[in-house]
Ligand binder design. Structure first.
Ligand SMILES: Nc1nc2c(c(=O)[nH]1)N[C@H]1C(S)=C(S)[C@@H](COP(=O)(O)O)O[C@H]1N2
Ligand SMILES: [Mo]
Length: 325
C-alpha cells in the first residue's frame, strides 16, 4: 500500500478537466497498486500489458464504476481536498495535517471485525478490495465548523461489508475505531496532554449504516486515499457532519447499545450521536444556516441532511431533530 515512485504526485491543483483526461490512467493506477507485484511491475513497464491482464485477472473488480454526477456538483480540486484537513491524531492545525501525516503507515493494515457477529475475523485492505465493487461517489461533505466541499470518493457500500460480517439480530449499532498507534499518530503519544481521548470512535445505527449513501472509502480522485484524508480506509456518511466520517479505521464492532462517539464524549452539550446536517439547529456557539465551500468566497445555504433529504429523511421520521443532535 506504500505509494510507489510512479504514484502521481499531486503537488499542483488538479482541475476537473485535467482529471477527466487522466482518469483512465489513474484507474489503472489504483488497480495496480492494490494487486500483486506482477501486475504492479507490468504497469510500470507498459500500460497495454495491464489492460490485457485486467481482462483475465481479478484486477477487473478493482476498477471503479464512475459516478454520473447527476446532481451536477462542482468538484473541489484535489489540492483543496488534501490541503485542509481535520485529523486530530496529527494536529488541530488543518493546514499542517498534510505535512505531518507521512508517519501514517498503511502497510499490512488490517481491520478487526467483532462484537455481535456470527464469527469475528480480521481482513486486510487488498482482500476487501477484491471482494467488493469499487464505485466513485461524488458527495457533498459538510464539517460542523461551517466549511464544506464536494469530493469524488472511491469506495464500496458499507452495507456490503455488513453482509460479509453477518451481524446477529441483537446488533443494533455499528461502531468504528481509528487505529491506535502512537508511533504513527503524534497526538496519541501525548497521553493525558493529547487533544482528545484516543482511539477516535464513531458509530451509526444499523439502518443508517445500511443506507445506500454510506460507504467505506479507499481513495479519492481516482487514486488511493491520501494519508491526511484517512488512509487506507475511512467512513463517509454525507448527510452527517464531517466528524462522523471517521478516518483510518482498524476496528469495526457490532453492538447492542448506542456507543458514545468521541465528540460526544468530549462535549455532549455541543455534539450528539446523530450529527445530521441541519441548517435549522444551530451549534451552541455558531449558526449552521450557511457554509463556506473551500475555494469559494461567498457562503452558501446549508441544506437539510446536506441535500440528501430524499435518501435519508425516513430514518428520522419520528425523531425530534432539535433534541437528537
Ligand atoms: N480519526 C479521525 N477521524 C476524523 C477526524 C479526526 O480528527 N480523527 N476528524 C473528523 C472531522 S471533524 C472532519 S470534518 C473530517 C475531515 O475529513 P477530511 O480531512 O478528509 O476533509 O474527518 C473526520 N474524521
Ligand atoms: Mo469536522
Amino acid at each position: 500500500m506504500k505509494k510507489k515512485s510512479w504514484h502521481i504526485s499531486e503537488n499542483e491543483v488538479t482541475p476537473v478537466n485535467i482529471f477527466n483526461k487522466r482518469r483512465d490512467f489513474l484507474k489503472l493506477g489504483i488497480a495496480s497498486v492494490l494487486t500483486s507485484s506482477y501486475i504492479f511491475e507490468s504497469f510500470a513497464q507498459e500500460t497495454s500489458k495491464i489492460q490485457t491482464s485486467k481482462v483475465k485477472g481479478d484486477i477487473k473488480k478493482l476498477l471503479f464504476k464512475k459516478d454520473k454526477n447527476l446532481k451536477n456538483l462542482d468538484l473541489n480540486t484535489y489540492k483543496q481536498i488534501t490541503s485542509y484537513n481535520n485529523f486530530y491524531e496529527f494536529t488541530t492545525n488543518k493546514e499542517r495535517v498534510k505535512k505531518l501525516s507521512h508517519t501514517l503507515n498503511t502497510n499490512n493494515w488490517k481491520i478487526q471485525i467483532d462484537g455481535l457477529v456470527e464469527k469475528p475475523f480480521s481482513i486486510d485492505i487488498e482482500s476487501l478490495i477484491k471482494k467488493f465493487t469499487l464505485e466513485e461517489r461524488i458527495y457533498r461533505f459538510r464539517c460542523v465548523e461551517g466549511w464544506s466541499m464536494v469530493v469524488p470518493w472511491i469506495g464500496f457500500s458499507l452495507s456490503s461489508l455488513i453482509k460479509l460480517a453477518k451481524p446477529l439480530s441483537k446488533a443494533k449499532y455499528i461502531r468504528f475505531e481509528t487505529k491506535f498507534d502512537d508511533e504513527m499518530f503524534p497526538d496519541q503519544a501525548r497521553g493525558v496532554f493529547a487533544t482528545m481521548d484516543y482511539p477516535y470512535v464513531e458509530a451509526l445505527r444499523m439502518d443508517e449504516a445500511m443506507n445506500d449513501l454510506s460507504i467505506l472509502a479507499l481513495g479519492l480522485y481516482g487514486s488511493l486515499m491520501p494519508n491526511q484524508n484517512g488512509a487506507p480506509i475511512r467512513l463517509i456518511v454525507p448527510w452527517k457532519y464531517g466528524f462522523k466520517s471517521i478516518k483510518s479505521i482498524s476496528k469495526i464492532s457490532f453492538v447492542e447499545k448506542e456507543p458514545i462517539n468521541s465528540w460526544q464524549k468530549a462535549n455532549s452539550k455541543e455534539y450528539g450521536f446523530y450529527a445530521n446536517v441541519n441548517p435549522n439547529v444551530d451549534h451552541p456557539r455558531w449558526s449552521q444556516k450557511k457554509e463556506r465551500v473551500l475555494g469559494k468566497f461567498f457562503k452558501q445555504k446549508t441544506q437539510l441532511f446536506n441535500s440528501y433529504e430524499k435518501e435519508v429523511a425516513h430514518l428520522y421520521k419520528n425523531m425530534d431533530l432539535t433534541k437528537y443532535i
